[in-house]
Unconditional design. Structure first.
Length: 411
């Protein structure tokens, strides 16, 4: 058969499978109950603790050897035959899994990460949760887990925050945040390489250390030649656990050498992709004299479509168009080295939920150090500082913006 005659579904197997799953998702149970039920936030059950735990201070919680979570978690079970069960908010505690559960053997797992912020106006907010929920829907399809309406997941996140937000992010302590981790795992207790027919969605709310201001800025070590974080045709664009575990060996080694994260390079040309698990940005002067903010593109599905990344690009195009050009394209470590040698490197930063907007001060590559300009006394430089302020103002309610979604709180 000539290449032009090969059916599309024979070439794009992954995309075809996901499209079929989306097309066959039920919108509501049928009258005879044979259609698997969709995820439905209106069925939420509240089973609240009668023994709330003391709320530790931020420093105490983050100094613990384990992640400290709030009083409650949200769970919802799924089976291929029944669909989604009623979600439930219940006391935080251990999960029960069989040793043969799919997630433990075949990495059938995806998750999201976002934060709840106590604003300086006293209100509790989340930042663009619709984007996180849409991305989790995409990740679930990629890892062969059940799909759901992203808007229903968003409602469940908001409901859980409405319960635990008032105690764990009190109004008299503005400027604090908590981390939200929605997770979906395959739970079918049958060994065999197959899409699981049972799954569990759960949402927890935790403390997380502040990572956006390491003394002197973030220091990056480029990835070793014998390791890649993600590859074209893989799943780097999905937020699945399998993206992270294999990268830890290189990250641990970099930290023993005094660096915070790996700058992941890709391909024979050394394309700059991500800094650790964060999106990576460079500001430089082009040879034509124009200042440019550059970051890796999404078109080859190599990197994660970060919510902070997306927001930075939108704000930069809206507010900095007179100062710089915003570009999404492939660029290499050699281009960064060349810009440094020619004095054209202006600043750099990493961006994501965990690291927020974090200035990068140095990159070590194959025995060579690239020193990146910072602001006074190691503060973020001009462009980084502007972007960080704009995004932070939305998160903490210093400005009214539709990206900052206010949480109704149960007092």
């Amino acid at each position: 058969m000539a290449p032009s005659a090969i059916p599309t579904q024979d070439v794009d197997l992954t995309a075809a499978n996901i499209q079929v799953k989306e097309a066959t998702q039920p919108t509501k149970p049928s009258s005879n109950g044979t259609t698997p039920a969709p995820l439905d936030a209106s069925k939420l059950i509240y089973n609240l603790t009668k023994d709330p735990r003391p709320v530790p201070g931020e420093e105490v919680a983050n100094a613990s050897d384990q992640t400290i979570c709030t009083d409650h978690m949200l769970t919802a079970t799924w089976s291929a035959s029944e669909g989604w069960g009623a979600p439930e908010i219940k006391p935080y505690g251990p999960l029960s899994l069989m040793p043969t559960a799919s997630v433990l053997h075949y990495a059938t797992e995806c998750f999201e990460g976002l934060k709840a912020y106590r604003g300086y106006d006293g209100k509790l907010r989340v930042f663009r949760p619709d984007c996180n929920c849409a991305r989790m829907h995409m990740s679930a399809g990629r890892i062969s887990l059940p799909l759901f309406e992203p808007a229903e997941l968003e409602k469940l996140i908001i409901a859980l925050l409405g319960v635990d937000g008032p105690r764990w992010l009190p109004k008299n302590e503005p400027g604090r945040y908590l981390y939200i981790r929605p997770t979906l795992i395959g739970t079918q207790s049958q060994l065999g390489v197959q899409a699981p027919r049972e799954a569990l969605l759960y949402i927890i709310v935790t403390y997380m250390p502040r990572l956006d201001s390491p003394p002197g800025g973030m220091r990056l070590h480029t990835s070793p030649e014998d390791m890649v974080r993600a590859w074209v045709g893989g799943f780097g664009y999905a937020k699945v656990g399998a993206n992270y575990g294999p990268s830890l060996a290189a990250t641990s080694e970099a930290r023993t050498r005094g660096y915070h994260q790996i700058l992941w390079l890709y391909g024979k040309d050394g394309e700059c992709t991500e800094a650790g698990a964060s999106n990576f940005f460079v500001v430089w002067k082009r040879r034509d004299g124009k200042t440019e903010l550059i970051t890796a593109p999404l078109d080859d599905k190599l990197i994660l479509d970060g919510v902070t990344r997306r927001s930075i690009l939108e704000l930069a195009r809206e507010r900095l168009s007179d100062e710089l050009e915003v570009t999404e394209r492939k660029y290499t470590i050699d281009e960064v080295i060349e810009a440094d040698a020619e004095g054209r490197l202006v600043e750099s930063f990493a961006a994501g939920t965990a690291y927020f907007v974090c200035p990068v001060s140095a990159i070590h590559h194959r025995g060579k150090d690239i020193n990146i300009p910072m602001g006074p006394e190691g503060t973020p430089n001009v462009i980084t500082s502007k972007i960080k302020t704009w995004v932070g103002d939305i998160m903490y309610g210093n400005v009214d913006h539709p990206w900052g979604v206010v949480i109704p709180e149960r007092e």
